[in-house]
Design a protein around this ligand. Structure first.
Ligand code: ATP
Length: 215
């Protein structure tokens, strides 16, 4: 049974850094699919600038033509903070033996000990950490110890067990962030070539950032 990739994020907005990472991992790890899970209310950060329904629409538009990319809207429809552990428990209940691979960038991985029930996350899924410009894997501390204990470089190990390993993986380094994109869009500049044209069209046609920024 091929592993299921799970890629959570605020996606405010989704960009080519997310998409290229997911695409490379889909193939390199032999994943059955990559499931994009936009957060409704992300627990560890400010309220997103764009509302959840428009962020979800942008994720759908960005992923529509790629086989193996799937959009999972459960967190957008769930009340309260979008805890990853809740999503993983639900996915695990539906697939008791299938390997689950939670995909995170290095910056997000470094914050893992601040996540709600973070130790349970590793009981429910493997964690696949994508390199991200400006962020390095730690050698000490909780996350460094975790890497030493659970780290693997072998993709086969992600297929051999349902959860519990950590794999750090290089991907093409695209120095794009949603924060920079929001600044760019709100200041009236064009995000073209940093995100898909279909996402750019939603931003332009709905005014989902401009309207929020003038509140
Ligand atoms: P923000 O700047 O608002 O924090 P972001 O660009 O980091 O947003 P998120 O939606 O917060 O995007 O990220 C979702 C996941 O994608 C996180 O695990 C993050 O580390 C990862 N990610 C985001 N951008 C990149 C990138 N350019 N390369 C690799 N991983 C990325």
């Amino acid at each position: 049974m091929s592993p299921l990739g799970i890629f959570g994020g605020t996606f405010d907005p989704i960009h080519f850094g997310h998409l290229r990472t997911a695409f490379e991992l889909l193939h390199a790890l032999g994943l059955a699919e990559v499931r994009f899970v936009p957060a409704g209310q992300p627990p560890h950060r400010d309220v997103p600038l764009c509302d959840a329904m428009h962020r979800l629409a942008m994720v759908r538009a960005a992923t529509a033509d790629q086989p193996g990319f799937v959009v999972d809207d459960r967190e957008v429809h769930r009340d309260g903070p979008s805890y990853t552990v809740t999503t993983l428990r639900e996915l695990r209940a539906g697939a008791p033996a299938r390997p689950l691979c939670l995909i995170v960038g290095m910056d997000a991985f470094l914050g893992l000990p601040q996540w709600h029930e973070w130790r349970a996350v590793l009981e429910l899924a493997h964690v696949v950490v994508a390199h991200r410009p400006g962020w390095a894997a730690p050698e000490a501390g909780i996350v460094g110890d975790l890497l030493a204990a659970r780290g693997t470089a072998r993709v086969e190990e992600l297929h051999a067990a349902p959860a519990g390993r950590i794999l750090v993986r290089p991907v093409t380094q695209l120095e794009i962030s949603s924060t920079d994109l929001r600044d760019l869009i709100v200041s009236g500049r064009d995000p073209r070539y940093l995100l898909p044209d279909a996402v750019r069209a939603i931003i332009r046609d709905t005014g989902c950032y401009i309207r929020q920024s003038t509140r």
